[in-house]
Design a protein around this ligand. Structure first.
Ligand SMILES: [Fe+2]
Ligand SMILES: [Fe+2]
Ligand SMILES: [Fe+2]
Length: 418
């Protein structure tokens, strides 16, 4: 099994940049929440290990939100069904062994203290969850000042009052006291500005270290982020999983090493992560996209690269993922890279992406059969877009490719292919 040298915190931090993109207008929410939560925890002299968990959970607390429409609701102080995104986020974290300990914190980051204090959970989990709840609401309260361009210091007293009025009810008293003490200074509020909060997170990150990570752990971590992307639209459900599994299948058939196949699988999982920035309406649109909409849509592979390129140890994965819309004849995007400059792995991801997308229903067309998909792939080879060798491999193993792309286990799938 391949061992990757990765800094878990760095990976989480980079991928959280992608979650930030969902905000579109209210970016860096996760980081501001992490900064404020960590400062409250430090004020209360919580142990370092607890602060680390608090910081990571704060960065990831809104993992259950991939739709821009749901993100807009986060800006309200309270809303019906707010528990839903907590539960989705917690379930996602539970699916990854490395992040499982953070799941209960995320699950309760909107639970009122009056209820939370009586739940059967370790006290440090309750404190972390409620700390995130408190500072998360602070960040929401700052929004109207930020978006209207009003000096945040003019809103400081009102925000502090609103938090204080919920002491002992929504929020744990000692957390409210810590926040009240910290937020007295102007510096606390200045730190919420993007440059400063980014710097704070980067400093925190600099104190963490690279660690050996088994492929299995890394892939379950990346799976969290691919699920968030795929959940943006009912039409793209499991698209990334399918691309990952088909890319791996093709890599194995083309005799790539196990390490490269592992990396191909990761690139498949992450190739569309930049789509988190694309508004839901565009992904769900039934008619053709306008020129402007096409431009918004087609920058996603560029955003994918920028999210992944900062994770040391995953440089190649970042490149292969970023090139999934490049075409052999240079007509792809966003770099217009040509033939020799597109690695075999990137060409595999490109074929797997087209195949999987055609095998799924889209708002503007029905799902295609494996045979129809192959006709299109052949045409794209003739047009100089897709790699001939990779498509030949698909043609030689058509049904197996379809099963890999649709994640259907042989003989157990919903549709037996003749
Ligand atoms: Fe939040
Ligand atoms: Fe894409
Ligand atoms: Fe894709």
């Amino acid at each position: 099994m391949t061992q990757f040298q990765i800094n878990l915190h760095e990976a989480i931090y980079s991928l959280s940049d992608a979650l930030d993109l969902v905000g579109v207008t209210h970016i860096h929410h996760g980081k501001r929440v992490a900064f404020m939560a960590a400062e409250c925890g430090k004020w209360l002299k919580w142990p370092k290990a607890q602060l680390d968990d608090l910081f990571q959970a704060a960065i990831l607390h809104d993992s259950g939100v991939s739709k821009t429409a749901v993100h807009a609701k986060l800006a309200q102080l309270e809303w019906e069904l707010e528990g839903e995104h907590c539960e989705i986020g917690a379930c996602l974290l539970e699916s990854c062994a490395l992040l499982r300990p953070l799941a209960p914190i995320v699950r309760h980051h909107h639970t009122h203290w009056t209820k939370l204090q009586n739940l059967d959970l370790p006290p440090e989990i309750k404190r972390c969850a409620n700390c995130i709840y408190l500072v998360d609401r602070v960040d929401v309260l700052t929004l109207k000042y930020v978006t209207s361009g009003t000096d945040i210091l003019l809103g400081k007293d009102d925000i502090r009052e609103q938090i204080l009025s919920r002491r002992g009810d929504w929020f744990c008293p000692e957390l409210v006291d810590a926040f009240m003490a910290l937020s007295e200074s102007e510096a606390f509020w200045f730190m919420l500005e993007s440059d400063h909060v980014n710097g704070y997170v980067a400093t925190w990150l600099a104190e963490t270290r690279q660690q050996g990570m088994a492929f299995e752990d890394l892939s379950s971590l990346m799976h969290i982020f691919s699920s968030i992307v795929d959940a943006k639209s009912q039409f793209t459900k499991e698209h990334s999983d399918g691309v990952a599994s088909l890319a791996r299948y093709l890599g194995e058939h083309l005799q790539l090493s196990e390490e490269r196949c592992d990396m191909l699988e990761l690139a498949g999982l992450l190739h569309d992560i930049g789509k988190l920035r694309v508004p839901d309406e565009l992904l769900e649109k039934t008619g053709p996209l306008s020129e402007v909409e096409k431009r918004i849509m087609s920058r996603h592979s560029f955003d994918t690269y920028n999210i992944l390129c900062n994770i040391k140890g995953l440089e190649k994965v970042a490149l292969w993922a970023a090139q999934h819309h490049e075409r052999v004849n240079g007509t792809g995007y966003p770099y217009h890279t040509r033939e020799g400059a597109i690695s075999l792995e990137a060409r595999i991801i490109a074929v797997a992406d087209v195949f999987q997308a055609l095998a799924q229903r889209r708002p503007y067309r029905e799902a295609m059969t494996p045979e129809d998909i192959l006709l299109i792939l052949h045409q794209q080879v003739l047009d100089g877009k897709l790699d001939a060798g990779v498509v030949t491999c698909v043609a030689d193993n058509l049904q197996a490719c379809w099963r890999a792309a649709m994640q259907v286990m042989p003989n157990t799938g919903p549709m037996a292919l003749s």
